[in-house]
Structure formats: C-alpha cells, structure tokens
Design a binder for this molecule. Structure first.
Ligand SMILES: CC(C)(COP(=O)(O)OP(=O)(O)OC[C@H]1O[C@@H](n2cnc3c(N)ncnc32)[C@H](O)[C@@H]1OP(=O)(O)O)[C@@H](O)C(=O)NCCC(=O)NCCS
Length: 308
C-alpha cells in the first residue's frame, strides 16, 4: 500500500512529466493512475465542478468550504476522499514506475488505471479523536489499491480530458451523534439500541465522472468507507438520501446491502420543482433492521429479480 510520501512523489513526478509533455506524443506512451487522498483547500473548485457535473442538487458554497476543510457545519470532522486522475508518460522515470509497480504489473496501458491510496492520516486522526477512539485505530486500514478498468474508450476519453490531473471521483460523509440529530423519528428508524450505537454516519455524496462509471470505482470508494466505519463499534448505521429517479444509484446501494427504509415526499427542491427521495440504510456493528424493513427489502429484491 502506498503511503502519503509515495503519493506526493507520484504527484511531483507527474508534474515533471506534464512539463515535458509538449515534446512527445502522449497517446501511445501515457499511463494513468488514480490517486486517492483527503480533500485539500486547493481542491475547492475541482470538487465544486465535479458536484455540479454529477448532481442535480445545488450545494451551497459553505458545503464546499467545509468539505475542503474536512469539517461539517457543526465542526465535526468529515470523511472526504477524492480520486485524482493523473496521466503520465511511461518509461521516463523507472524509479517511479518501480514504486507504482510494487504491488502490480502495469502491462496494459490502454486498459487499466491503477489506484494508489493514502489515508491522509491527519484527517483520520481527527475522526478518531471525535469518536473517542485511539488515535491509531485507522492506521492499518487495508484498502484495496487496484481495480481494472474495462472500457478502453472511456479511459482514453478520461485521459484526454484529464489535463494531466483532475478530480474524477469523490465520497463525502460524516459521523454524528444520534442524540444531536433533531429528527428523533429518523434515529428511531435506524438505530435499535442508542446506548450501544450512539453514532451514525451520513453519506452526503458519492460519485465519479461518466467515463469511470460501471467499472467498480463506486464500489471501491464505498467499501473503503464501510471498512473504516466497521472499525467504529459505536456507529450502528450508514444512511443516505437518494432521489427516486436515480435508478443507477438505487441499484448500486441495494447491491452493497443497503435497505430502503422509506420514501420521503418532496425532499429535494431542484430549480423550484419538488422531488421525492428514498432513505437508505446500511446496518453495521451489531445494529440491525426491523422485521418490517428486512421483509420489505427481501420482497423488493425478489420482485426486481423476477420482473426487471
Ligand atoms: C452511483 C454511482 C456512484 C455508482 O458507481 P459505479 O462505479 O458506476 O458503480 P459500480 O461499477 O461499482 O457498480 C456496482 C453495482 O451498482 C449497480 N449499478 C451501477 N451503475 C448502474 C447502472 N447505470 N444501472 C444499473 N445498475 C447499476 C450494479 O448493480 C453494479 O453491479 P454489477 O456491475 O455487478 O451489475 C455512479 O453511477 C455515479 O457516480 N453516479 C452519479 C452520481 C450519483 O448519482 N451518486 C449517488 C447520489 S445519491
């Protein structure tokens, strides 16, 4: 697994490559990597552009200010990870290639984007602190580093438009104390025993640009996040809202084991038009759905299996 220094090395190397880019044809010799890291102040415009591209909902300027500080409006730490696509020339720096190759063979430029990740420990330490856990509790999070991207054309499109380094994916969410959530009915629906599970995790946004969809990048981001949450025994649930017509996201969450809890009418106001959403929940660390939530979810899955 790459650490923070490796990621910085990769970015420096990448910047050097981009300076030399004009003199060589890039298409035949480029390789691409996705670097995952926490959000930084300089990502504000990139993350805003990505959100405006991905979501019909307009987020406030405060949302982006808070996200790049990895802080929620109440000051509690956020879990924010972005995927930066880096395109670089292969073969021009063997040392760095060795570094990137240390776990994988990079033998098929056009078809594959390798992922390196760091856990940007400072923000994870803040999370641990907020949750009252040991500061090193997330140290050895074993994130999956590599996925294979299947769609050759998508990669080339992505690389072409990448302008060498560009945010192409992100996930943002945060823990809250259930006792501080104003909607007591919501908490009751999601947590069976408040003493055992005083924390909840709200998944605010997740997504990637079109070229990276349906290639398991969303699954990777969500699974990494769930692995982190499973380390927090006081957290019993991950919950989110999804607009009712977002079929891809609904199938995505259901595939990951999320339960549909209810429909909330007119939850979103997009350009003056009201839209309903579904509340979804993923139960962790010994918390569990009610019998009704479980049975309706099984019936819905069977219905989709046979009729869609
Ligand atoms: C939702 C989103 C994050 C999914 O990420 P992704 O990387 O495309 O999804 P994955 O490749 O990991 O897919 C995992 C599963 O999700 C489901 N899925 C994903 N995209 C789908 C689609 N377009 N249609 C139907 N099912 C889909 C499938 O069950 C898939 O499993 P399968 O490949 O074995 O069939 C992605 O579509 C996206 O970025 N959408 C725009 C932003 C958004 O709507 N975010 C959610 C807001 S609540």
């Amino acid at each position: 697994m790459c650490n923070e220094k490796h990621v910085v090395d990769v970015i420096k190397f990448y910047e050097e490559c981009s300076r030399r880019k004009d003199t060589q044809s890039s298409k035949d010799t480029t390789k691409s990597i996705l670097v995952f890291r926490s959000l930084e102040e300089g990502d504000r415009e990139g993350i805003k552009a990505l959100h405006e591209d991905l979501f019909p909902v307009k987020y406030s300027e405060d949302f982006y200010d808070n996200a790049v500080r990895n802080k929620s409006p109440t000051g509690s730490p956020l879990y924010c990870r972005v995927g930066l696509l880096n395109v670089y020339e292969s073969g021009s720096n063997n040392d760095t290639l060795t570094l990137l190759n240390n776990e994988n063979e990079m033998n098929d430029n056009a078809r594959r984007i390798d992922i390196v990740g760091d856990s940007t420990q400072a923000s994870m330490d803040e999370l641990a602190n907020f949750l009252g856990m040991d500061i090193d509790c997330f140290d050895d999070l074993d994130v999956e580093n590599v996925i294979s991207i299947k769609n050759e054309k998508s990669i080339e499109d992505a690389a072409e438009s990448a302008l060498n380094q560009r945010i192409v994916a992100c996930i943002i969410g945060g823990f809250s104390e259930s006792i501080r959530i104003r909607d007591a009915k919501l908490v009751e629906k999601l947590v069976r025993n408040f003493d055992n599970h005083p924390h909840m995790f709200y998944l605010m946004t997740i997504g990637s640009t079109q070229a990276f969809r349906e290639q398991k990048l969303g699954t990777k981001m969500l699974k990494d996040c769930l692995k982190m949450i499973e380390r927090v025994p006081t957290c019993g649930v991950v919950y989110l809202h999804v607009i009712t017509y977002n079929v891809a996201a609904i199938k995505f969450y259901e595939k990951q084991g999320f339960y549909r809890i209810e429909e909330i009418k007119d939850y979103y106001n997009i350009d003056g038009v009201r839209h309903s959403c579904y509340l979804y929940a993923y139960f962790v660390n010994g918390n569990y759905p009610t019998f009704y939530q479980a049975i309706t979810s099984v019936c819905r899955s069977m219905y989709s299996y046979f009729f869609s």
